[in-house]
Design a binder for this molecule. Structure first.
Ligand code: SF4
Ligand code: SF4
Length: 75
């Protein structure tokens, strides 16, 4: 296997979670259509599988505490 590039995240936004604001309700985890998010050991949301993220923005839209943000140009 010789993939020409592994920089798959380069052109898509990074999902940033504000851990101070996240209360661990799990709504973003539930609504993510690609099961990208999970709650970590401290009960905070984590962007666990970025390669699967389709940048749909549902996590940002659904978080009741505005703790999720899609940030362009993360690289
Ligand atoms: S929806 Fe918001 S507050 Fe709830 S777990 Fe996700 S990031 Fe945290
Ligand atoms: S942008 Fe969409 S696919 Fe990516 S983590 Fe958020 S809900 Fe999941």
């Amino acid at each position: 296997m010789s993939a020409p590039s592994v920089k798959t995240d380069r052109e898509k936004p990074v999902v940033v979670i504000n851990r101070e604001w996240c209360k661990g309700c799990g709504i973003c985890v539930f609504f993510c259509p690609k099961q990208v998010l999970e709650l970590d050991e401290e009960g905070k949301a984590r962007w666990a599988r970025p390669d699967d993220c389709i940048s749909c923005g549902l996590c940002e839209l659904r978080c009741p505490d505005l703790a999720v943000e899609l940030v362009e140009g993360g690289n």
